[in-house]
Design a protein around this ligand. Structure first.
Ligand code: TA6
Length: 312
């Protein structure tokens, strides 16, 4: 259990939007905008950015920020009648000064607790009272952890159902040199063919065209191997059965106004999510979904990255 008070700085970000800066020893840092409860930066000990932020990201409500870690809630994509990916990513969150206790595994006190409650307008679009608490923590080994707790606070006795994703944009040196390990042989819904269900064949997942897949019932650990950087991102997740893998590639990128034409070469979204089996909460019930990201040096064996070492 963390016993110390959390330590963070409140600063002004782009266009005067409030942001939180977390700093850990050895130069590591992370930034979270209150707009969207959106992590926009995660840097390693060399000050190198590990998340991809679009070169054309617009930091102006109501446009969600393109890149970093958008939060998709209460709806992933168009799985429902709300705006795409729900509204949590373009609402102003608050710092939660007295969150219910949350055990942490880390000795770091670089963390912040945020909270989102629905506005009157939100209640018109989605008639459910909720408290969405999220802790963003930078651990002593540089790992970034996002823990979401969503509670049904309806007083009308009604349950609600939602889908969810941490829509993480990882920074990669060259998408053609990237492999994703941990999803092979799994079933997925392909967004490029009306969410038809397929089974992944072959070894690791590599990229040579537009990819937009929802992998189902995925393991708790997924690795993203960046061959050129000799770096591996390890995604650990809890409470989030699915994993979306997205890269828009060249043509589709040109249709996304806030994404640079060349950005797709340097980004990969691997999104811990709950989509196939939506979460239902009765009044008073709470759901927890945890994402932990770490960046570790990749090991080489006969010219190939050795994913097993990473996943072990
Ligand atoms: O997570 C993948 C996805 O749902 C894609 O289908 C793609 O459209 C992407 O998210 C971006 O969505 P956005 O609403 O942020 O433009």
């Amino acid at each position: 259990m963390a016993t110390e008070r959390p330590s963070f700085e409140l600063a002004k970000g782009i266009n005067g939007l409030d942001k939180i800066i977390l700093r850990e020893s050895r130069n590591r840092s992370a930034e979270v905008y209150l707009y969207g409860g959106h992590v926009t930066s995660w840097k390693d000990e060399n000050g190198e950015e590990l998340l991809h932020l679009s070169s054309k990201a617009v930091f102006k409500p109501p446009k969600p920020i393109r890149g970093g870690i958008p939060l998709c809630f209460p709806q992933f994509s168009n799985f429902g009648t709300l705006e795409s990916h729900g509204f949590a990513r373009n609402r102003i969150w608050e710092v939660d000064s007295s969150p219910p206790p949350l055990p942490t595994n880390s000795s770091s006190n670089a963390y912040v607790d945020l909270i989102l409650r629905p506005s009157e307008d939100d209640l018109k679009a989605w008639p459910h009272n909720f408290e969405f608490r999220m802790r963003v923590a930078l651990g002593s080994e540089g790992e970034l952890t996002l823990t979401s707790r969503i509670r049904n606070t309806n007083s009308d006795g009604k349950p609600f159902t939602f889908t969810f994703a941490y829509h993480t944009y990882f920074s990669v040196s060259d998408i053609s040199e990237v492999r994703v390990e941990g999803l092979e042989t799994l079933d997925y819904l392909d967004n490029l063919t009306n969410r038809e269900r397929f089974t992944e064949q072959g070894d690791a997942i590599t990229f040579e065209s537009e990819t937009d897949k929802i992998y189902l019932s995925t393991p708790a650990k997924i690795a993203i191997l960046d061959h050129e950087k000799k770096r591996t991102f390890v995604v650990r997740k809890d409470g989030l059965a699915d994993a979306v893998v997205w890269n828009p590639w060249d043509k589709r990128s040109k249709t996304i106004s806030d994404l640079g034409d060349e950005d797709y070469k340097h980004m990969l979204c691997v999104e811990a999510a709950a989509i196939e089996r939506p979460i239902t909460l009765k009044p008073g019930e709470e759901w927890k979904g945890r994402l932990e990201l770490s960046a570790v040096p990749s090991s080489y064996s006969s010219g190939q990255l050795d994913p097993k070492k990473v996943l072990e």
